[in-house]
Design a protein around this ligand. Sequence first.
Ligand code: PMP
Length: 456
Amino acid sequence: MTAGPPIDDIHFDDAPNVDSVPGPNTRALLEKQEDIDSSAVAYPNDIPIAFEEGKGATVRDADGNTYIDMFAGIGVLNVGHSNPYVLEAVHEQADKFVHTVDFPTEARLELIEKLDEIAPAGMQGNNRVVFGGPTGSDAVEASIKLAKYNTGGDGLIAFRGAYHGATTGAMSVTGNKKFKGHYTPLLSDVVHAPYPYPFRQDKSPQEAVDHALEEVQAIVEDPYGGLANPAGIIVEPIQGEGGIVTPPKGFLQGLRDIADENDIVLIFDEIQSGLGRSGEWWASDWEGVTPDVMTSAKALGGVGFPLSATMYKEELDTWGSGDHAGTYRGHVVGMRAGTRAIEYIQEHDLLAHARDLGEYIQGRLQEAATQTDRLGQIRGKGLFIGAEFVDSDGKPDGDLVDDIQQYCFEHGVLVWTAGRHGNILRFLPPLVLTHDLAEAALDIVVDGIEHAVDDA
Ligand code: PMP
């Protein structure tokens, strides 16, 4: 059986089609939200939109405006909103059984087997998967626990620019000081090493890799390196929130070598970069490096069901029954959805599609960069792309990116930002985005860049 309709058939036909936004229904919902919802609400502060319906790589707001979605709920909707092949299984499963804690179900075992099929090479047939809670942060907590439990250590090496989540352990390894500043002390014994970021560090790719690896090595091996009992290294193979910072080749392998030489656990956080986002199943596949532990969430729930998982090498499966617990340790509807989403990616060859379309999008941005000195760098892999903007002195320019984002919104394209200074325009569209939709979106993005640069 072919897995559902082709990608050409699963979007609203009229996107983009936008009147003046936000329209009256949207405004009413935003106002009501402000009255009754938490002050912690964040996303509508950037784009004042209220969603009504989504299809594929397109969404409608509460006033019937249709947009091309280039952020996919921050990398969640890899097979698109309401993917019909996924929804078919969701409806079937929801009618039968929704919550089963961690009792065996076909849905659960099928997903574990599917994840094994697409696991990084060195983990295939040699892994276990733990489902604890539904969020990525929970998967990160599980990975930290595994590293500590298996090594007896407690120190962690993380990276500047990293984002790993909102729970205490995950915040500890996150780089963003503003995000965690009010909640210290967090986990002690966490050290943040530089992540290779040649553009910002003013280094060649090789120098940036060497510098980062020397620092990590010193933290672990120098007798005066400071961190007494390291348990593991946690790293995003491509930093997402940090600005689609894409490390040059050699970095992940270097970390692998340091972890091996020192018997510590190497954790790859693939929550944003994984499940096809980068044009490979896992961003680390680009370098062919296998971690000891790998976190996954976001796109794992198929069409947005909250589901996370931590995959680890079988030899680390030393902990006992209930050692990573949670009421929602595997939402069976989400599990069905996850398996179906992986099948949809496989059957429609969406990894190759993501690579091709990613090249097209980067090409369009490169073309735009020839017209202005404000577009400092375009980077990323597959459909995980960042465009870094600078001011006339080469300093990060977040205001310019806000203006571009606003222009895109008003013209029917939803695109997000990232980076320490909010100066990276972040593209992470559903992998089902068609070439036509990408072209329409990029026409608007490029106009937005010209417009914002002219106004600056
Ligand atoms: N790790 C990475 C790399 C992420 O991008 C995120 C979410 N943006 C998380 C962890 C945390 O996931 P969640 O928000 O589901 O807890």
